[in-house]
Design a protein around this ligand. Structure first.
Ligand SMILES: [Zn+2]
Length: 136
C-alpha cells in the first residue's frame, strides 16, 4: 500500500470529463458507486489483466479475483502494493477504507477485511473504473 501522496497524473476536471464516459467520471472522479450486479466484470471468470479506466495503470489480475457474491468485481490482492492507495473513508455513516488508483488518484472502490486466504482482504471494485485485457 502506498501513502496518499499526490498522484503522478494530474488533469483538470474538464480533461477528465472529456476522457471518461459519464459513468466512469462519476465513479473515478466523484467517488461514485455503480449499482451491484450492473457493472462490467462482476461475474467474469476470464483470465486477464484489469487496469485503471482513467490512466491505464495495471491494478488487478484475474488470478486474485474471486466470487464474493456482492455484485462487484472482487479481488484479494492488488497486482502490486504500489498500484493502489488506501484512504480512510467515513462517508455514509460508516468507517471504510477507500481504494484509489495510485497513479491518477481515481476512485476504484473499497477494501474490506472479510476476504479469502491468503490475504483475508476483499477489494470490492467498481467495474466501470477498470478496463480488461484478456491473457492466454
Ligand atoms: Zn488510474
Amino acid at each position: 500500500m502506498s501513502e496518499a501522496t499526490t498522484p503522478k497524473i494530474q488533469k483538470t476536471d474538464a480533461e477528465w470529463r472529456e476522457l471518461l464516459s459519464p459513468e466512469q467520471y462519476r465513479i473515478l472522479r466523484q467517488a461514485g458507486t455503480e449499482r451491484a450486479f450492473t457493472g462490467p466484470f462482476w461475474n467474469s471468470k476470464e483470465k486477464g489483466l484489469y487496469s485503471c479506466a482513467a490512466c491505464g495503470e495495471p491494478l488487478f489480475v484475474s488470478d486474485t479475483k474471486f466470487d464474493s457474491g456482492c455484485g462487484w468485481p472482487s479481488y484479494f490482492e492488488a497486482v502490486n502494493p504500489d498500484a493502489i492507495t488506501e484512504l480512510r473513508d467515513t462517508t455514509h455513516g460508516m468507517v471504510r477504507t477507500e481504494v484509489r488508483c495510485a497513479n491518477c488518484g481515481g476512485h476504484l472502490g473499497h477494501v474490506f477485511p472479510d476476504g479469502p486466504p491468503p490475504t483475508g482482504l476483499r477489494y470490492c471494485i467498481n467495474g466501470h473504473s477498470m478496463t480488461f485485457e484478456p491473457m492466454a
